[in-house]
Design a protein around this ligand. Structure first.
Ligand code: COS
Length: 386
């Protein structure tokens, strides 16, 4: 699946313009009001951003993974909250249905996801099951042709905007094999939301608890129709998600570096631009070299990803995705830190974008699997194939 080259070039330049002309000027508003303006969300729908990765047969644009990472690189250059509005629709919220859903589930949900009419969100994490995702406790008990769900999901991105959740719950015994993935409509009686979390950064993204108290969901809403497959579905979804987080990380690093180079060019001390001092130039140079390394890695892994069917997982590719997420998000952490350093005291003042990017960047080393989870996946695969 891929968009033809000419249409893709047009899409990419439209996204670049949208980022520069509409999103960047709205960053301060976003930070102050903690909300993405409604007119921007409408523009995103019109541009087809909610359906970037949904196949054309379901009304989407049908980008390949290599194309998707390029779009995410561009979107990374502004506040991540803008992408987050549709990020779960094109990513972890919908990909489970796309990869493992039945034909009926795809036909029923994907067209509304692609148009932005239905916002989907991904609910895996729980109060006692973060990194150890296979230990999740939310129960789904079979009652006739329904399941009754009880439990709490935590830090669920886009939950306050969601019309439905891809939600992992336990239908069987302990461990990964007892987990099923359900499509749970947000208006299911018994489903309520906790208060919106107050975060360190990424203002404008919305996360909260999703609480299930005797929430009845049709058995037909198990993704793929077969119980016990949900953990694998979640892991496959996260493989693609993590690669896209890596692309966003590279985009964010590119923006921080551009802001830092401009500041180093304009700001004078001791009678000349601070960028002419070798200690400052060294920080910029290290960031540039690491950014190029990270972005090259992400693109190379995306190409491999495109070489396999979306629903098939390959431990070698999962390992490479983890390398990309580990390297790109840690790289962003270093670039953001140097960005503040190049700005000196000004980098600690919220008038300068680097102050915000420094806070926003911190999450990328945590969500969709911490850096330590990526190291575990890489280490395990090395031992498995040794
Ligand atoms: N694709 C497909 N299947 C996968 C897979 C992948 N990427 N990774 C694992 N699986 C399968 C395994 O093959 C195994 O199947 P079998 O039982 O048939 O052999 C099953 O899933 C269980 O895998 P594993 O034994 O590796 O599970 P663990 O409990 O050891 O968990 C980690 C592994 C820690 C890597 C996993 O729980 C994880 O990624 N945790 C982080 C979760 C996360 O990212 N949370 C963020 C929330 S979303 S913002």
């Amino acid at each position: 699946m891929a968009l033809d080259a000419e249409s893709f070039d047009l899409l990419l330049s439209t996204v670049q313009r949208f980022v520069r002309e509409r999103l960047m000027p709205a960053e301060n508003h976003l930070e102050e009001h903690d909300e993405v303006p409604a007119d921007l969300i409408e523009d995103m729908k019109e541009m087809g951003l909610f359906g970037l990765t949904i196949p054309e047969a379901y009304g989407g644009i049908g980008l390949s993974v290599s194309q998707e990472v390029q779009v995410n690189y561009e979107l990374g250059q502004t506040a991540p909250a803008f992408r987050s509005v549709f990020g779960t629709n094109i990513g972890i919220g919908s990909q489970g249905i796309l990869m493992d859903g039945t034909p009926e589930q795809k036909a029923r949900y994907l067209p509304r996801v692609a148009s932005g009419e239905l916002v989907m969100s991904f609910a895996l994490t729980e109060p006692d099951a973060g990194t150890d995702a296979a230990a999740l406790k939310t129960r789904a008990e079979r009652e006739g042709d329904h399941y009754v769900l009880n439990g709490t999901k935590r830090f669920i991105t886009n939950a306050p905007r969601a019309g439905a959740f891809t939600l992992m719950a336990r239908t069987g015994g302990p461990g990964a094999g007892g987990v099923s993935a359900f499509i749970v409509p947000a208006d299911t009686p018994g489903l309520t939301l906790g208060k919106t979390d107050k975060k360190m950064g990424q203002r404008g993204t919305k996360t909260c608890d999703v609480i299930l108290e005797n929430a009845r969901v049709p058995a037909a809403n198990i993704i793929g129709g077969e119980p016990g497959q949900g953990f694998k579905t979640a892991m496959k979804v996260l493989d693609r998600g993590r690669l896209n987080i890596s692309a966003v990380a590279c985009g964010m690093a590119a923006r921080v570096l551009a802001e830092s180079a401009r500041y180093a060019h304009d700001r004078k001390q001791f009678g000349k631009p601070i960028g002419e001092f070798q200690l400052v130039a060294a920080m910029l140079a290290d960031s540039q070299a690491e950014l190029l390394a990270g972005w090259s890695l992400v693109q190379a892994v995306a190409q491999r990803f495109d070489g396999k069917p979306a629903e098939v997982s390959d431990p070698d590719i999962s390992m490479r995705v983890s390398c990309a997420k580990l390297f790109a998000t840690e790289m962003l952490g270093r670039v953001a830190d140097r960005g503040v350093q190049v700005h000196g005291g000004a980098g600690y003042i919220n008038e300068y974008p680097v102050e915000r990017f420094y806070r926003d960047a911190r999450l990328l080393r945590l969500y969709e699997g911490t850096s330590q989870v990526q190291q575990l996946i890489i280490g395990r695969e090395l031992l498995r194939t040794a």
